[in-house]
Design a protein around this ligand. Structure first.
Ligand SMILES: Cc1cn([C@H]2C[C@H](O)[C@@H](COP(=O)(O)OP(=O)(O)O[C@H]3O[C@@H](C)C(=O)[C@@H](O)[C@H]3O)O2)c(=O)[nH]c1=O
Length: 181
């Protein structure tokens, strides 16, 4: 397993070791010990999620508040997405900066999203199956988020405006830009 730092503190790109043979491949997709050794973080995941989305779908930007904050380890089982993390920790040196990366079934890369960051992704392939582990349970009351196209974050989702598919819930999210004023 190879771990690469990003510009955002405690947000890592993880490339699992893939063992290829005549049958196909094998890889460990998460190992608590290896993960701790490589990142210095002790994480206990308690919930796994999977979603399927078609080309042009943008989900985000989402997080959960306070004691219900979630760290996530995300990857793609089918297709390709542009995965995006916004540092939303006011005490962080990279507050409001973002990091984006292509995650695909082919590159098998994973992204570790620390607690306190906003998360979202856009689907760049015909469709995509997205899988993620969370270190805290889903809590509807604790959910919050901001608009994917918030100028405060300036994210290039790589999807033309006419092709974007976004949930009603995500369209109703506030703009952080206007809260700042
Ligand atoms: C996230 C989640 C949703 N749900 C339900 C609520 C709702 O009826 C349905 C769809 O929920 P949403 O529209 O919020 O799903 P979605 O927009 O895919 O939400 C996800 O987006 C990505 C970017 C994240 O980072 C995740 O943490 C999560 O917020 O699934 C659960 O039961 N458990 C969960 O953990």
């Amino acid at each position: 397993m190879e771990v690469e730092k990003t510009n955002i503190k405690d947000c890592f790109v993880i490339a699992p070791t893939v063992f290829q043979d005549s049958r196909g491949y094998f890889m460990e997709t998460f190992n608590e010990n290896t993960f701790k050794k490589a990142t210095g973080l002790q994480i206990r995941f308690v919930q796994d999620n999977e979603s399927q989305s078609n080309y042009g779908v943008i989900r985000g930007l989402h997080a959960q508040k306070g004691t219900m904050a979630q760290a996530k380890l995300v990857r793609v089982l089918k297709g390709e997405v542009l995965d995006v993390v916004v540092d939303f920790r006011p005490d962080s040196q990279t507050y409001l900066q973002h990091y984006s990366i292509s995650l695909s079934a082919e590159n098998k890369k994973q992204l570790f999203v620390p607690r306190g960051c906003l998360h979202g992704f856009s689907v760049l392939s015909g469709d995509a199956i997205f899988f993620y582990k969370c270190d805290n349970f889903y809590d509807r009351q604790a959910e919050y988020g901001y608009r994917f196209d918030d100028p405060a974050f300036g994210i290039d989702w790589q999807i033309a405006p006419s092709k974007r598919i976004i949930s009603e819930k995500d369209m109703q999210l506030p703009f952080f830009e206007s809260e700042k004023k």
